[in-house]
Design a protein. Sequence first.
Length: 218
Amino acid sequence: MRENEEQVSWTPKTELGKAVFGGAIKSIDEIFSSGSKIKEPEIVDWLLPNMKTEIILIGGSPGKGGGIRRTPTRRTARMHRSGRRFTISAMVIVGNENGYIGVGKSEAKENRTAIQKATQVAKLNIMPIMRGCGSWECGCGEEHSIPQLVRGKSGSVIVMLKPAPRGIGLCCSGEMKKMMRLAGVQDIWTKTYGERRTRSNLVMSTLNAFKNLNRMKM
């Protein structure tokens, strides 16, 4: 059991949550190996206490000179008999910078509520990331990159992730760098195709590439 157990105000509602709270499950890898579905975000907070959060700038507003000023949330409107009704959507990434990452998207009527709900959804979607050193230029055997080349797709966006030798860094866009840092990937080459300005599809295609990497047998 944890030393700060008495300070945690969490009442588990699922069998998995009760097993984690009671100490029967001490690692999140046990949950993934059993195939159980995480239905409480507190499970992730309990087993991965050092989680960090990044907000994807999926929104935009007209900037000076005709450009676009990126915003953390996107506002959409629908017409009703009573007038316009606005909806705020947000996309959040969570990770421990050591092989685990989750992406969540949610909607609400307020910015803060949308970000909070997206964070909870991201924790429920937490997944392990397969890391390694698949670059022929390096071959150090450490987990600073990915094992091999992989592709992912979402909408019109196609992402190709290629292992890079140590010291190259993250050769990708700003939003993808957020994902790589939270996943614990230090060196990687990327190439993207399609409408890359749609950042939600860019993030989801990168996540799809990570899922395809996990399906491969090394």
